[in-house]
Design a protein around this ligand. Structure first.
Ligand code: HEM
Length: 156
């Protein structure tokens, strides 16, 4: 997993922010279409009782905020905290992350077409891995805290 992003990658990701602002919702809607071809992935969202139409908007917002603030992650802390908490509530695990990358990157190409050059997609692939790594680590801590609390409860 990526420990840091190079300044080139950050510059490319930031340069895509205007396109994401314009087409973010289209990209995330397309991403879900691709992701939900896999019934196992779809079930994760069905179980979460997906709020009608809200989830693509939230994901688009999160991706845009990430593109805009990729060089100042402290701005993203509250958003990361909220995503990690929701992921733990909905039992998202590290092994689920690659499927989302495999749906998101082609969705970017589907919607942006030629503008999504190989360079842009490679930068986004790296950036996704970076954000996924942050979320996975935070979620691991939350799962561990949950398990610890359950153990304490069992002792009572
Ligand atoms: C870097 C990758 C990811 C980002 C940026 C992201 C972003 C988000 C955001 C912004 C929310 C809404 C949080 C809130 O309610 O405050 C969310 C919820 C959720 N995410 Fe993710 N996510 C990522 C990866 C994943 C993966 C890998 C899965 C599983 C395949 C997943 C499944 C879910 C589910 C089931 C919810 C709850 C939906 C609901 O509220 O009904 N996410 N995610």
């Amino acid at each position: 997993m990526t420990a840091t992003l190079s300044s080139e990658t950050m510059a490319i990701v930031k340069s895509t922010a205007p396109a994401l602002q314009k087409y973010g919702l289209e990209i995330t809607s397309r991403m879900y279409e691709r992701l939900f071809v896999d019934p196992e992935m779809k079930a994760l969202f069905d179980q979460a009782a997906q709020k009608s139409g809200e989830q693509p908007k939230r994901l688009a917002g999160a991706i845009l905020a990430f593109a805009q603030n990729v060089d100042k992650l402290s701005v993203l802390r509250p958003a990361i905290e909220s995503m990690a908490a929701r992921h733990v509530e909905t039992h998202i695990k590290p092994e689920h992350y690659p499927a989302v990358a495999a749906a998101l990157l082609p969705a970017i190409r589907d919607v942006l077409g030629e503008a999504a050059t190989d360079e842009v997609l490679a930068a986004w692939g790296e950036a996704y891995g970076f954000l996924a790594d942050i979320l996975i680590k935070r979620e691991a801590t939350l799962y561990a805290e949950e398990a610890e609390a359950a153990e304490d409860y069992a002792k009572v």
